[in-house]
Design a protein around this ligand. Structure first.
Ligand code: ADP
Length: 421
């Protein structure tokens, strides 16, 4: 069971986004949480190793990425894909540049591409400039990001600032002419001593034109968009089998710790359908009362589960969140709620829940940890960027979907179960 494509993602939800694109283009995919300690158990075309390396010190990001590379190579990976954010989230020191160069060195390759373009999601690159929606990256709000403020939309400059190798550009005119012209341009750039080329893409068709030119390139670095053009290089076409998961069984539940606008609407919608819902009040978790709260929630849920999905949520409107944060501190409030919801998720699974929706990026991380999940097979998409997954275990495993912040339509919490059925 050798894999074809080995992917290294610098954060968890970004990994899922990439895996989802690969599945939709015909690959069977497993996402791992961190670098696995054991060989791969499933028969898949690609593995996405999810790291949390976006904003850690560059040396640590390199070490983790190289460990992931080594494991992926041991599984037979023919091509490596380094996945970063579609807004190219990085600091002047990295980590996109340093990790790219470390992977190039380890793979013994002198050339790779770099493009966060994903036009269907509003990320386009034109003459090397990255647009988020209708505006340049540095006018998109990303200039105010707390950890990775992006003050320059020119990706050639941004990448050059964090890379020792020369950075060049494959522009939209070249891309429009297709794989052969792109390959000629790559050869010319290489001859000039360019090691990394930013690639323009203003439509998803551009990504499909780019795909064949990347065949055989040892390392590709990109957002999740470039993935749509790669499975065809391995003779794979979109298919239903790619997203097939084991048959579903067991009870259904939703755990929501996201306070995003979309999630607030999803909680309201679920309640309006008349399904049972229980709110967790962060103040009630203080002073060591978290365990008692969790037990109370589980006692409430136990008799209801046989009749259909239940919702447990801490989701609240901004004013309520601010009030709690003022009382507890931002970090403390977050940690208390994440811990309680993760314990609820664990308890629900122990009660027989085998189909679980989790809302919130950080909340998802906490729940996956509490459920001891190390590998997820990626299944059918519920909404753009949000697939069902299956975490195998001795007792048949759990179907789980991890919805970050503003993803999903209003009826997501009900629709998800329909998609799985
Ligand atoms: P999103 O994907 O929407 O950003 P996250 O789960 O990543 O959601 O982040 C939400 C954070 O807010 C978590 O740390 C969570 O524990 C915290 N939180 C959830 N509900 C509340 C609440 N009612 N009051 C304060 N903090 C909350």
């Amino acid at each position: 069971m050798k894999i074809k494509l080995g992917c290294i993602a610098d954060d968890f939800t970004g990994a899922t986004d990439l895996a989802n694109n690969l599945v939709r283009s015909g690959m069977r995919v497993v996402q791992t949480i961190g670098v696995p300690t054991a060989p791969l158990a499933a028969d898949v075309h690609a593995v996405v190793v999810a790291l949390k390396s976006r904003t850690i010190p560059a040396a640590e990001a390199i070490a983790q990425s190289l460990a992931a590379l080594k494991w992926l190579q041991a599984q037979g990976a023919e091509q490596i894909y380094f996945k970063y954010c579609s807004t190219f989230d990085s600091t002047p020191e990295g980590n996109i540049g340093p990790v790219t160069e470390a992977l190039m060195d380890a793979l013994g390759t002198d050339f790779t591409i770099a493009t966060p373009a994903f036009p269907d999601n509003g990320r386009t690159v034109f003459k090397g400039y990255l647009f988020a929606g209708n505006v340049l990256l540095n006018e998109s709000g990303m200039q105010n990001h707390p950890l990775t403020p992006m003050n320059d939309a020119n990706l050639v400059r941004v990448m050059q600032a964090q890379t020792k190798r020369r950075v060049g550009l494959i522009d939209y005119k070249t891309v429009a002419q297709g794989a052969e012209t792109i390959r000629e341009r790559i050869a010319a750039l290489r001859a000039e001593g360019v090691g990394v080329a930013v690639v323009d893409a203003t439509s998803n068709d551009d990504l499909l034109l780019l795909g064949p030119a990347l065949k055989g390139m040892p390392l590709v670095t990109a957002g999740s968009g470039v993935a749509i053009g790669l499975p065809a290089n391995f003779g794979l076409q979109p298919s239903l089998q790619a997203s097939q998961l084991p048959a579903t069984s067991g009870l259904q539940a939703v755990v929501s710790g996201s306070c995003s606008v979309a999630t607030n609407a999803q909680v309201a919608h679920f309640k309006a359908t008349g399904r049972p819902a229980m709110a967790i009040n962060p103040a009630a978790l203080m002073h060591g009362q978290s365990d008692a709260q969790v037990q109370q929630v589980l006692a409430w849920a136990a008799p209801l589960l046989k009749d259909g999905p239940v919702l447990v949520y801490s989701t609240a409107e901004p004013d309520a969140v601010k009030a709690v944060q003022a009382q507890l501190g931002v970090a403390e409030a977050g940690a208390l709620v994440e811990h309680a919801l993760a314990a609820v998720a664990r308890g629900l699974v122990d009660l027989g829940v085998k189909q679980l929706v989790v809302a919130g990026g950080e909340t998802s991380g906490a729940c996956v940890q509490a459920l001891d999940i190390a590998q997820l097979q990626i299944g059918p998409q519920i909404d753009p960027g949000v697939p069902w997954c299956h975490a195998p275990s001795e007792d048949g495993g759990v179907h789980i979907t991890l919805k970050s912040g503003n993803f999903g339509t209003e009826d997501f919490f009900s629709k998800a179960f329909t998609v799985l059925a």
